[in-house]
Design a protein around this ligand. Structure first.
Ligand SMILES: [Zn+2]
Length: 138
């Protein structure tokens, strides 16, 4: 396991584990509890995607982490921020992420999202709105 890339010293830590996974650990009762998440190296920016999966997938995580998906994902996101990282998973992107992605792309265009039934404005240089442009299958 590599050195953590983010942590709250003595409480939790996040890092890469090989090429294709991330670890998240928390210190409880004198020992580190471990969580493994799938990921993948990418070329360019973002350089890595973290697969958080669906809310149902998360229920397969250890009991200590099961009911704390939002809290744990928020910590991992803080250690692995956009745009260096990309996130795939149900409900992982929040309003502040969308605002950042729109700003980074240069704002919104006059044209509407090409997604059927969507009336949001497309992200500059894309044919989709921010929600559809960054929508991942999981
Ligand atoms: Zn859309």
């Amino acid at each position: 396991m590599s050195k953590p890339i983010g942590s709250n010293v003595g409480e939790w830590r996040v890092g890469h584990q090989g090429r294709d996974s991330m670890y998240y650990e928390e210190f409880h009762d004198g020992e580190w509890r471990h969580l493994r998440l799938a990921g993948e190296m990418l070329v360019g920016t973002p350089h890595y995607v973290i697969y958080f999966g669906s809310g149902d997938d998360w229920k397969k995580q250890p009991a200590w982490a099961c009911d704390r998906r939002d809290e744990i994902i928020a910590r991992i996101k803080s250690a692995c921020p956009i745009p260096d990282y990309r996130y795939s998973g149900e409900g992982v992107l929040g309003e502040s992420d969308y605002a950042y992605l729109i700003e980074a792309a240069g704002g919104l265009d006059e044209t509407l999202c090409a997604w059927r039934g969507c009336n949001a404005h497309a992200v500059h240089g894309m044919c989709l709105c921010v929600r559809h442009a960054y929508r991942d299958a999981w």
